[in-house]
Design a protein. Structure first.
Length: 182
């Protein structure tokens, strides 16, 4: 099966997750291509037999380019096996409050895009202090501290559970009947 993985990211972690999913799909015998939403063409979407879309979350919202991409291709996503992966620090889901917050973020994405994918995965992201400019680094450190995350700004901190990402890829590969809800 030809599976296209489209994603949007701010600092690269969602792209790394998309590439890892593609590797898992290829191991399962599928053809998988990875492309940023902003670079995808209608032909990229229509050529795929199944699609996955991934988006980073920042300040409680999924990337606007991912939302716009889904809206522009909504009917195609509803007609093909499809799924969504969300990458954020809230994806760690350490407690009930974070689970509730993530559910709201996902609900907002579904409302904004019009898409309710049958398969959704919340993946923990990374705090990439070394890639942030000063003000963003300062804000992220305060947010990290309030959430009990790492605050050493001299290095990056990755929280992505790669076994979870591999499992998501394997499940999507095995479930060719996964379809978006109408």
């Amino acid at each position: 099966m030809h599976i296209a993985i489209f994603y949007e990211t701010w600092n690269g972690q969602t792209g790394r997750v998309a590439v890892r999913i593609a590797e898992g799909l290829r191991k399962a015998g599928h053809e998988a291509v990875v492309k940023r939403c902003r670079d995808a063409t209608p032909a990229d979407v229509s050529a795929a037999e199944a699609v996955l879309v991934g988006s980073a979350v920042q300040m409680g919202k999924h990337h606007s380019k991912a939302v716009a991409f889904v809206k522009a291709n909504l009917e195609v996503f509803k007609a093909k096996p499809s799924g969504f992966f969300s990458v954020s620090m809230t994806g760690r889901l350490k407690n009930a409050k974070e689970k509730e917050m993530m559910q709201k973020i996902l609900s907002d994405f579904q409302k904004d895009s019009g898409w309710e994918p049958a398969r959704v995965e919340c993946v923990a992201g990374a705090i990439l202090y070394t890639k942030y400019w000063f003000l963003v680094r300062w804000v992220m450190k305060r947010i990290a501290k309030s959430q009990g995350n790492d605050t050493d700004t001299s290095r990056d901190h990755e929280y992505t559970n790669w076994e979870q990402v591999d499992r998501f890829a394997a499940e999507f590969a095995a479930d060719g009947q996964s379809r978006s809800l109408a």
